[in-house]
Design a binder for this molecule. Structure first.
Ligand code: MN
Length: 294
């Protein structure tokens, strides 16, 4: 395996854990990335809880969601969501499917999710709503057939997120970090929208505000800063994959009050990186024989 693909597997494992730690995915839900050198393939974990996914769990699939090598483990049943979206959207490099509590009230009520705060602009103007009954009638609500995945991809259209009736949401990004950024802040947006509706008054950002705010949040500097924040939270919890390069505690130099403020623009505290493979390996959870099918 090339260094590039090893790094990609590690980053995808970290993305799984960040999204789990931030409450987007729990026992279920999954995140994938398109193969950087072969647009006809993508990477996705074997079936296991995202918080436990490590680089060795990451498998390679074609766009019909068939594993490239015969699998020795259970696979996510809903992986057609990923394959069918990669087929329909050449611009998409990463996909996350989740059932986050923040979006579920909207998936049940059918009320639209619109961006209502600056970082909420990352989701785009409005999330389309996919109702599996329209084409498939009664189902168990899981998206397991190619036709179901293709239908969902059509509902997503050119949007960044699609709500799924009584099920959850699927989010896409032009990169893994953009995807994670969008998945987390679209859930924050849904939560704030729910609260604002309870207070009684809300209105969406204007199209101009969405466009200008998106221009900022699509910059790699913004996405990398957010990724660093979420990764550091994961490190502090001891949740990184075994053998990771871990961010150690910052040097003992008290930041000024202005630097310490949230959103302050002061020089960030210098961080040192060291390998804690031994410690991390000691924390590595016991790998079960095959994951739960989902
Ligand atoms: Mn699902």
């Amino acid at each position: 395996m090339t260094d590039k693909l090893a790094k990609l597997r590690h980053e995808l494992a970290v993305a799984n854990r960040i999204l789990a730690h931030e409450g987007i995915i729990d026992a279920f839900g999954h995140v994938s990335i398109r193969h950087p050198d072969d647009p006809g393939r993508y990477f996705l974990s074997r079936s296991r809880s995202p918080e436990l996914v490590g680089p060795d769990d990451i498998l390679e699939f074609d766009l019909d969601s068939q594993p490239i090598e015969p699998p020795a483990a259970h696979l996510y049943a809903e992986r057609v969501i990923h394959g069918e979206i990669y087929k329909a959207r050449p611009d998409v490099a990463a996909v996350c499917h989740h059932h986050a509590p923040a979006v579920m009230p909207f998936c049940i009520s059918g009320d639209p999710v619109v961006p209502v705060f600056h970082l909420g602009a990352a989701m785009g103007a409005v999330a389309p709503f996919w109702d599996s009954r329209d084409e498939f009638g009664d189902t168990n609500l899981l998206v397991v057939k190619h036709a179901e995945g293709a239908s969902l991809a059509r509902a997503l259209g050119k949007h960044s997120i699609v709500l799924m009736r009584r099920h959850g949401a699927t989010v896409v990004g032009a990169s893994l970090r953009e995807l994670v950024f969008r998945a987390i802040y679209s859930c924050d947006n849904a939560r704030y929208l729910s609260e604002a509706k309870r207070l009684g008054n809300f209105s969406p950002l204007t199209p101009g505000e969405i466009e200008m705010a998106q221009a900022i949040y699509q910059l790699p500097t913004a996405q990398n800063r957010a990724w660093e924040y979420w990764e550091t939270r994961l490190v502090k919890r001891g949740g990184m994959p075994a053998g990771s390069m871990q961010v150690a505690a910052a040097p003992q130099r008290s930041p000024s009050r202005s630097q310490a403020r949230v959103g302050g623009t002061g020089t960030p505290a210098k961080v040192t990186v060291k390998k804690t493979a031994k410690k991390a390996a000691a924390r590595k959870p016991v790998t079960p024989k095959g994951g739960r099918r989902r």
